[in-house]
Design a protein around this ligand. Structure first.
Ligand code: FMN
Length: 134
């Protein structure tokens, strides 16, 4: 299991939403805005599924996802790839429900999606662009 590097994790407090890319088993890409998320104690990215459709279907077929996180105050940016896990019961799921309901009681919070950040690359323009960080 990997964890987001601290400098990338910190950017999640600065960027909302970010865009999550998935692909079907046939390789058809899909990208959606996601605004309800936090970095869990396990270092994974935890997303709340309120209204996801194709994204959820894709993750069931192909768990690999990708996203980019960047600092709107500077060009600092990281590309993350990892496997997503759908959690729909248990204590971690209940934490995600509580998080969603702290924003608005009527959010459906159908699932918690945990992304294990397997690979992280610099996307900041310059010498490190495209280089692997994790
Ligand atoms: C700014 C913004 C933030 C959003 N955040 C979330 C979110 O955190 N969770 C969620 O389930 N849907 C969120 N949505 C809605 C999904 O992006 C939307 O339901 C989308 O159609 C899902 O597409 P899909 O069918 O390709 O999965 C957000 C939409 C916008 C515009």
């Amino acid at each position: 299991m990997a964890a987001l590097p601290p400098q990338a994790a910190e950017l999640f407090s600065k960027q909302k939403p970010f865009f999550l890319a998935t692909a079907s088993k046939d390789g058809i890409p899909n990208v959606v805005p996601v605004g309800m998320f936090f970095v869990g104690e396990d270092g994974k990215l935890w997303l709340v599924d309120n209204y996801l459709c194709k994204t959820l279907k894709n993750i069931k077929e192909n768990p690999w996802v990708a996203f980019d996180i960047w600092n709107p105050e500077s060009p600092e940016s990281y590309q993350v790839k990892g496997k997503a896990e759908i959690v729909s019961s248990g204590p971690d799921y209940e934490k995600a429900v509580a998080f969603a309901h702290s924003k608005k009681e009527t959010f459906p919070a159908k699932n918690l999606i945990k992304v294990d950040p397997t690979c992280v690359y610099y996307t900041t323009p310059g010498d490190h662009a495209g280089k692997k960080l994790l």
